[in-house]
Design a protein around this ligand. Structure first.
Ligand SMILES: Nc1ncnc2c1ncn2[C@@H]1O[C@H](COP(=O)(O)OP(=O)(O)O)[C@@H](O)[C@H]1O
Ligand SMILES: [Mg+2]
Length: 314
């Protein structure tokens, strides 16, 4: 099989509101496919159709060569929903055995698998406690484990690292890469551009129910990104707008991030850096950091939509 997922002209409405407006998507076997978009873009809706939880109004969906409503196909899919489906009064172990059981994996078989995954993600010590005592991050990791117990071919993760701290996020990323190494196909929905960029072999950018660009992160940046980006962090907060305004009068267009950061797209950074530092000096503003960086998927999103994707204050 060549494609784990083939979708054509998918439309989904909720009470007349079009959450998906004609989506085409092909996910090749064995890769990490990033579905990147802001909140409300339609990621979870698209995913729910791919995993067979909901039905489209229109369009063709072929998953692993069949229909996601076919139980045989469903048993090949591992799905971590954005809103986890864990029972608060059951322990971690009980929840995981329950999910294993749904897919016909017995306790004996599930146990070593749970131990391995739980220790990889650092939750093993918590499995004896009821889920209601878990932090959000623990529940998140438990629900990722629940999606993997039946050794699925296609793994669909809906914002698996939202709310996780950086160390734990890294563990989840390592696990996802390990799954790919073992030949699995992973569909990863995220609103973190860094996550899509680092993990995605291919990425589709979704906005307002439409896929507005697709390709490898490198291709997307080459096609839509500026040649270079100058990042500036000013010495005090709340002055970003002042510098941006002054630069605009010199024909240098800057995007203000946060209250003290600027992002300037250009062809030749060396040619305009003196203008920038000179202007900051005249305004009496100190520059704490000035660096030339490569464009990111955030810049691609900004270019395509005129809006920012979200958090990127790194
Ligand atoms: N069950 C629902 N009923 C009505 N509107 C919905 C429902 N689920 C999602 N939506 C709307 O559809 C759009 C896409 O939502 P969703 O697929 O959850 O986006 P994402 O996962 O990218 O944040 C949003 O505008 C959301 O408010
Ligand atoms: Mg969602």
């Amino acid at each position: 099989m060549q494609y784990a997922v083939m979708i054509k002209d998918l439309v989904k409405t909720y009470n007349g509101f079009e959450a998906l407006r004609g989506v085409d998507l092909q996910i090749p076997d064995g890769i990490i496919y990033g579905l990147l978009g802001p909140n409300g873009a339609g990621k979870s809706t698209l995913i729910s159709i791919i995993v067979g939880v909901s039905k489209p109004d229109k369009g063709d969906v072929v998953v692993l060569g069949g229909s996601p409503s076919d139980p045989r196909i469903r048993s090949l899919i591992g799905y971590q929903p954005q809103e986890h489906g864990l029972h608060p009064n059951l322990t971690g172990w009980e929840n995981l055995y329950f999910y294993a059981g749904i897919y016909g994996v017995g306790k004996k078989e599930a146990r070593p698998k749970i131990e391995e995954l739980a220790s990889t993600l650092g939750v093993l010590d918590h499995l004896g406690k009821p889920v209601r005592t878990y932090s959000g991050g623990l529940k998140q990791r438990l629900s990722i484990i629940a999606a993997l117990l039946h050794d699925p071919e296609l793994i669909v993760l809906d914002e698996p690292t939202t709310g996780l701290d950086p160390g734990v996020r890294q563990k989840v990323w390592d696990l996802i890469r390990d799954l790919r190494r073992r030949g699995k196909t992973i569909l990863l929905a995220t609103h973190y551009m860094e996550e899509a960029e680092k993990l995605g072999d291919e990425v589709a950018i979704i906005d307002n129910g439409r896929i507005i660009a697709r390709g490898s992160p490198e291709e997307l940046k080459q096609r839509y990104g500026p040649p270079a980006v100058i990042e500036i962090v000013l010495g005090e907060e709340g002055v970003g707008d002042r510098l941006a305004h002054a630069l605009a009068s010199q024909g240098i267009e800057a995007t203000v991030l946060g209250r003290d950061r600027l992002r300037i797209y250009c062809k030749d950074p060396d040619a305009i850096i003196p203008d920038i530092t000179g202007m900051a000096y005249r305004l009496g503003l100190s520059i704490r950091v000035l660096r030339v960086v490569k464009p990111s998927l955030e810049d691609v999103f900004l270019k395509l939509t005129g809006r920012r994707l979200g958090e990127n204050e790194s």
